[in-house]
Each structure stands twice: as structure tokens, then as C-alpha cells.
Write a protein of this length. Structure first.
Length: 281
């Protein structure tokens, strides 16, 4: 069944013109989830005899700004669902053209799509460190479907994310399913694809098991995957995240919320680009 996206968007609005914000936790609170995968690497230079945590924090901070600007936020980890009061950026509004995920057999895995277009919508909303669009207000407490992994090099880290869309979204939540780990570093493209395919198939199996656990049918699954090489003497961080937010007022062209629901991402970008913060780092 269809979700009432207009109702969600009408109340998921930040009090700030240029900043997105977190949302409240009242039962009726509406929100927007903004998915992404990001990585960060830092030289091991702050470690001392009693702790190695400082370099990890630096690598995490770099991951927060590596793809889309979700820096300077207090991320509060929550279990990974987009509920009946939530809309997914890039899917429910500012819609992107979706494409099948290239590493799975469409006959064996029907309705599995690439999550990269959804991630691109997240990047378009927040911008980057150097070119801010509508970032989250500094210091905001943000509920976030989020997991992270740290690894010292040399290694090849990965982050994978499945976004499963419930068939009956008026009564069930969409699912965010995350996986992090390492893969063997190899120069063989075939071996790399084989490892990635194994990870993706395991991720899809986990979604199937959650579907069985909850007795919830998912009609579409979006898959994202990202690798990062970490050299010796470095520590890497990979995060999968979906901050739960309210939109900056200036991110709604002319304040026309009904139009926002039916606007493509490219149309939206052309209408709001003059309102970007565009502040240098």
C-alpha cells in the first residue's frame, strides 16, 4: 500500500533556513532518512601506550565528511528501520531513476536495485565539506541508523547496506541492514567481484531471514557497497548511516511541499542551487 509522503513532508521541516535538523521522538513525529556509505583513513600518529582511540576518532571524522557532509553531529545509534512516519530521500521524493544491481542474477534475485542513486540524493542535500548545501546544524543530536568498523592497515575494508522497502508501507517499516568487514586485497578483478558477490548474497539472505522473522514482505531491495584500502601505519573507518532528519526550509523550493514530492533530483537541484550555503571549509 502507498505511503502518504505529502503528510510526512508537511511536518518534517527544520526551524532553520539553511540547516537540516534532527527530529523529535513523539509518536506522531515525522522524519526523512538519508542513506549513505562512507570511509575515512588516518595515519596512526596520536596513539600512545595506553590508547589507540584518538586516531580512530580522526578516521571516523574523515568518514563523516568523505562522501556527504554529516560532520559536527552527535549521532545517536538506533535500530535500523524507516517507519510509517518516515520517507526515504531519493526514493519517496527527489526520486532517482533506479537500476538493477549489477552483481546479482535478476532471475534469482528479482527486484534488487543499486542504492547509489539514493546515496547521490543524500550527497546533493547535504553537500560536501568544501561546498555545503543544506548540512545538518552543527552540534545537533541526530538519531541515525548507523554502524561503523575500524581496522588497522594493511587491509581492504568494506561497508555494505541493504535498504528493503516494505510492500505494505502503511503498516510496516522499511529495513536498513548493514554489514562491515574486510576482503582479501587482490589485483584480480574476477576475484574482487566474486568476494563482493558473496557479501551481497549474504546481505540479501539476511534480509530474507528478517522478512521471515517479522512476517513482513519486502517488494524492493536497494544494495550499496564500498571498499577502501588502508595502508600499513594507518587506521581506517567505514560507516553505513541513515540520519533521521527534518529538511532545511530553503531546501523546499518556494516552500511548495506538494511539488517537492513529485520533483526529480535534477529539477530540485536547479531550483535550490542559489540557496546553498557554499561556505568554504
Amino acid at each position: 500500500m502507498a505511503k502518504n509522503v505529502s503528510r510526512i513532508l508537511s511536518t518534517a521541516v527544520s526551524p532553520y533556513d539553511e540547516y537540516c535538523t534532527g527530529f523529535g521522538m513523539l509518536p506522531e513525529s515525522t522524519y526523512i532518512t538519508t542513506p549513505l556509505i562512507a570511509t575515512g583513513v588516518a595515519d596512526i600518529e596520536c596513539a600512545h601506550g595506553g590508547s589507540d582511540i584518538l586516531d580512530k576518532i580522526v578516521s571516523f571524522d574523515r568518514a563523516e565528511g568523505e562522501y556527504a557532509n554529516i560532520t559536527q553531529t552527535n549521532m545517536v545509534t538506533v535500530s535500523s528501520f524507516n517507519g510509517i512516519n518516515g520517507a526515504i530521500l531519493g526514493y519517496d521524493f527527489l526520486k532517482q531513476n533506479i537500476r538493477p544491481y549489477h552483481l546479482v542474477d535478476p532471475e534469482k534475485y528479482p527486484n534488487v536495485y543499486d542504492a547509489e542513486p539514493l546515496f547521490k540524493a543524500t550527497q546533493a542535500l547535504y553537500g560536501t565539506i568544501k561546498e555545503k548545501h543544506f548540512p545538518i546544524a552543527p552540534g545537533q543530536h541526530i538519531l541515525c541508523a548507523y554502524k561503523s568498523l575500524y581496522k588497522n592497515g594493511p587491509c581492504m575494508m568494506y561497508g555494505a547496506l541493504a535498504i528493503a522497502i516494505a510492500k505494505d508501507r502503511e503498516h510496516n517499516a522499511d529495513l536498513y541492514m548493514e554489514d562491515h568487514g574486510t576482503v582479501l586485497a587482490t589485483h584480480s578483478r574476477e576475484a574482487n567481484l566474486e568476494q563482493q558477490t558473496t557479501i551481497i548474497e549474504s546481505l540479501l539472505l539476511s534480509v530474507k531471514r528478517i522478512s521471515e522473522n517479522l512476517n513482513v514482505e519486502y517488494e524492493k531491495i536497494f544494495i550499496g557497497f564500498k571498499c577502501k584500502n588502508v595502508q600499513s601505519g594507518q587506521v581506517g573507518c567505514v560507516i553505513t548511516a541513515a540520519p533521521y532528519i527534518h529538511l532545511a526550509k530553503n531546501a523546499i523550493p518556494k516552500g511548495d511541499i506538494p511539488a517537492l514530492e513529485h520533483m526529480s533530483l535534477s529539477d530540485w537541484q536547479s531550483q535550490v542551487s542559489g540557496s546553498y550555503m557554499n561556505q568554504p571549509a
